[in-house]
Design a protein around this ligand. Structure first.
Ligand code: FRU
Length: 488
């Protein structure tokens, strides 16, 4: 598919975040790296800019930043719509789906039967698989679908994430069942055996659990397991959000080692995010859907709807005696960021600095500060602005988009978003902000605290203010404002 480069001139079209050329997109699906290619599949409705019978759209990339749009990979069939899921590279052909000596890509997804003929329920869901023998161009559905039936008629039984469990040498599938996650195992990807469940008594439960992901990461030479769970509604700033648990997994059961609720992103617009299977160097790369079910259908774009977050590297770090999950843009992003010319600035108490730039529509702002009382404002010629405030007294960071541009397409869109940042270490921390026409992503202390939000200014922002709200001077070490350029 050849994309008209003109689409990137459309109002609100992000320049360095993935968007479908046209029509509705939601969750990222089937994130898999195989033979030098990153695949990004996604929930897609090719007929309209609102949600409808789900397909898997498809794009590929070598660096997770430059994407090539591909043909639709999976279409609904008689078993239902194609809901969210994952994909693996079955190198040893454990599934036998490929001819001997070859290796298939295998996708796992939820069949959503809107008629609910089997159960009488309105949302009967089972799990199916499809495979590709040509690196993801063409897909065949498995004849024995569904591979995981739903005899008990469990509601909201979906979003299978499959991965290879090295220690035990078998495949594991994590999925959700309404208010908890379930784990299954398989030797061949087609026959699945129930192992355990997690979460009825843990974490946030303000809404249904969706899109689980389970993986291990190292911290201080020790292996820990992380479970990611999306929840809708019930997020800290309303609507959809993503929580995580850190704990242990013994090959059968996951146990969390904390009772507090932890959010991967505090902003309103990072949902249904999951990570890549088989990413090079054992890295854990996460992509989320940059929207919220509260208003996803109402945002003011006409040709396409919604974007993905920047790809983010996940890591664990012990900060103030607690192990945290950090998410931070992948290093490859530096390739498309203008030269960083950092300066050190001291802003007197109550004063501000102002920068004007035409590329604020696609910019990166970085600085390090030990001060905890400042605000940053992005503004345009029409006086529309978004305000990011760090308040040392309350230990809160907030994002105010109430006057950021178009906001009245949905009540509540303009509500101020809050994030407690009490867990920040003493001393200097980095504040990094990335703006791309209709989004802002804020990373504090390399991804310890993150906020992602959509914005719809009537004109691109061209002014940046940093205000010192403290009674003493604010020192910004390595302040820089850089263009982030779209490279074809
Ligand atoms: C999450 C979700 C998934 C489901 C898909 C349907 O946003 O609700 O649970 O599989 O979207 O499009």
């Amino acid at each position: 598919i050849i994309v008209d480069t003109l689409v990137y001139q459309e109002q609100y079209r992000p320049q360095y975040h993935y968007t479908p050329p046209a029509k509705w997109m939601n969750d990222p699906n089937g994130l898999v790296y195989a033979n030098g290619t990153y695949h990004l599949f996604y929930q897609y409705y090719p007929e309209d800019i609102v949600w409808g019978p789900m397909h898997w759209g498809h794009a590929v990339s070598n660096d997770l930043l430059h994407w090539e749009h591909k043909a639709i990979a999976l279409y609904p069939d008689t078993l239902g719509y194609i809901f969210s899921g994952s994909a693996v590279y079955d190198e040893k052909n454990t599934s036998g789906l490929a001819p001997p000596g070859e290796s298939p890509l295998v996708a796992f997804y939820t069949y959503h039967d809107p008629e609910g003929e089997k159960s009488g329920a309105s949302d009967f869901q089972t799990q199916g698989i499809a495979y590709s023998m040509d690196g993801g161009e063409n897909w065949s559905k498995y004849e024995g679908n569904p591979v995981l039936d739903n005899e008990e008629g469990i509601r909201d039984f979906r979003d299978p994430k499959v991965f290879w469990y090295e220690e035990g040498e078998y495949w594991i599938m994590a999925l959700v069942a309404g208010d908890h996650a379930q784990f299954y195992r398989s030797e061949n990807l087609t026959q699945w055996e129930f192992m355990s469940e997690f979460g009825k008594e843990s974490g946030a439960h303000g809404g249904v659990w969706e899109c689980p992901d389970l993986f291990s990461l190292e911290v201080d030479g020790e292996e820990r397991w992380v479970l990611i769970i999306s929840i809708n509604p019930g997020a800290p700033n309303k609507g959809s959000g993503t929580q995580y648990f850190i704990g242990d997994f013994d090959g059968t059961t996951f146990t969390a080692d904390h009772e507090d609720i932890r959010w991967l992103d505090w902003g309103t617009d990072n949902y249904a995010g999951v990570t890549y299977n088989h990413a090079p160097g054992g890295e854990r790369i996460f992509i989320g859907w940059m929207s919220n079910w509260d208003y996803a259908r109402d945002t003011p774009t006409e040709v396409w709807r919604s974007a993905m977050t920047l790809p983010r590297k996940l890591s664990l770090e012990k900060i103030k005696d607690t192990v945290r999950l950090l998410n931070y843009p992948i290093e490859e992003l530096d390739k498309i960021i203008g030269k960083r010319e950092a300066e050190s600035i001291e802003i007197p108490a109550g004063d501000k600095i102002v920068r004007e730039s035409t590329f604020l529509s696609q910019a990166e702002v970085i600085f390090n500060t030990a001060g905890r009382n400042f605000s940053m404002v992005l503004e345009n010629g029409e006086g529309e602005k978004v305000e990011l405030v760090m308040d040392g007294e309350s230990g809160m960071f907030s994002l105010d988009r109430s006057a950021s541009g178009q906001t009245d397409f949905k009540e509540g869109f303009g509500a101020v978003q809050q994030m407690p940042v009490h867990g920040l270490p003493e001393g200097e921390v980095e504040v990094r902000v990335l703006v791309d026409r209709s989004s802002v992503e804020v990373f504090i202390n390399k991804g310890q605290y993150v906020m992602t939000a959509q914005l719809f200014p009537n004109e691109d922002y061209n002014l940046l203010y940093v205000n010192n709200n403290a009674s003493g001077p604010l020192k910004l070490e390595q302040f820089s404002l850089n263009p982030v350029q779209r490279v074809w």
